[in-house]
Design a protein around this ligand. Structure first.
Ligand code: ATP
Length: 349
């Protein structure tokens, strides 16, 4: 049974449509990310699930009950914000126990639950500190513990890692996943960071301008993007203009050369056809039975474990990612360069 369900949800702010016909069924225990650029309606949708915002139309169901107009405190959902939002004059333990105190729980029960939460977030030794005496990452752990302390049915996180630096972000990302799996709690996670969404989620909802572009597992969204927007927003992509195509032969004509493609995108736009292939699918040299091309190396960028090479084929630029492996020769700008990619790795979009 789906645990969080949004059915034909719309949200209008004056003349601005923030969310358009949003439909989603999140299963019990599932980790779902809302991924999209700034302003695409992720936070507004999350706030409608939490009850901080009411839909203009449509229905929000939690655990089988219509909650569309139920106030936030009666929805049993925990929420974590980018800004931590801890009470600065309360200790860690008091912050975590806050919701339970408001709910009138007995002191001993609050203490037991706070202790459990401190163990869960690995911060047993920090209970008497104030938020100002903690790092950003520690404050966000406390905010997470506070959101979970009253045993919510679902956890909603709004860009919880955006304010942290890169290394802490990766560490805390793993922590969030560990805690979510340990508790088996249904989770919705808002982010504009594709790496976060790909690494954390069971399914990703890719949003653009208030509507859903695609819902799928990280693998589906990355490997079989339904639209040009998803293909370009999630991961890097060569998107090459196509002059004409022959569907009976899976053949696309580009500027002076042709390519055999493996499939056609789910939401293909024939009026502006492009050919898509990911940089990591393209390899140096020639291989029989694959798409083989030759061009001139235009530029080279060292990115650590990867070298990004731009190759110009009769005016069409391909970007390919080659492992920075000592066994592979790295070309120089101006070199003639042969490369290939499998038919299955490229698609008409
Ligand atoms: P970000 O990643 O920048 O937070 P987002 O994808 O979460 O963006 P939302 O914050 O949901 O996007 O905003 C969606 C649209 O709704 C935007 O155009 C925004 O300006 C508008 N909007 C959001 N809240 C309000 C409000 N309270 N009043 C008017 N317009 C709003």
């Amino acid at each position: 049974m789906s645990f969080i369900e949004l059915s034909h949800v719309n949200k209008q702010f004056a003349s601005n449509t923030a969310v358009k016909d949003f439909n989603l069924e999140a299963n019990q225990g599932e980790f779902i990310s809302f991924l999209g650029p700034s302003g695409c309606g992720k936070t507004t949708t999350l706030r409608m699930i939490a009850g901080f915002e009411l839909p203009t139309s449509g229905q929000v169901t939690l655990a089988g009950q219509d909650m569309t107009y139920t106030p936030p405190n009666r929805r049993k959902v925990g929420m974590v914000f980018q800004s931590y939002a801890l009470f600065p004059n309360m200790t860690v333990a008091e912050n975590i126990g806050y919701g339970l105190r408001i709910a009138g729980k007995h002191k001993s029960e609050i203490k037991k639950r706070v202790d459990e939460m401190l163990i869960l977030i690995h911060m047993e030794d920090f209970q008497s500190r104030f938020p100002g005496q903690l790092s950003g990452g520690q404050q966000q752990r406390v905010a997470l513990a506070r959101a979970l302390a009253f045993q919510p049915q679902a956890l909603l996180l709004d860009e919880p890692l955006s304010a942290l630096d890169a290394k802490i972000r990766v560490e805390l990302r793993q922590e969030i996943k560990r805690i979510q799996q340990q508790l088996g709690i249904t989770t919705i996670y808002v982010t504009h960071d594709q790496e976060e969404a790909l690494s954390l989620s069971d399914r990703i909802v890719v949003m653009n301008q208030g509507h859903i572009e695609q819902v799928g597992t990280p693998y589906e969204v990355y490997k079989t993007p339904a639209t040009e927007f998803v293909a370009s927003f999630v991961g890097h992509l060569n998107l090459l203009p196509v002059k004409s195509f022959d569907i009976s032969q899976n053949k696309a004509q580009l500027n002076g050369f042709s390519i055999i493609y493996g499939r056609i995108a789910e939401k293909f736009s024939p009026d502006k056809p492009c050919l898509a292939v990911r940089p990591e699918e393209i390899n140096p040299g020639k291989v029989e039975g694959q798409n083989n091309l030759q061009g001139v190396v235009d530029s080279i960028h060292y990115l650590g474990s990867i070298v990004r090479i731009r190759v110009n084929v009769q005016g069409t630029v391909f970007i390919l990612d080659q492992f920075n492996d000592y066994r592979l020769a790295i070309p120089r700008v101006g070199d003639l360069y042969d490369f290939h990619f499998p038919v299955e790795a490229c698609w008409l979009i």
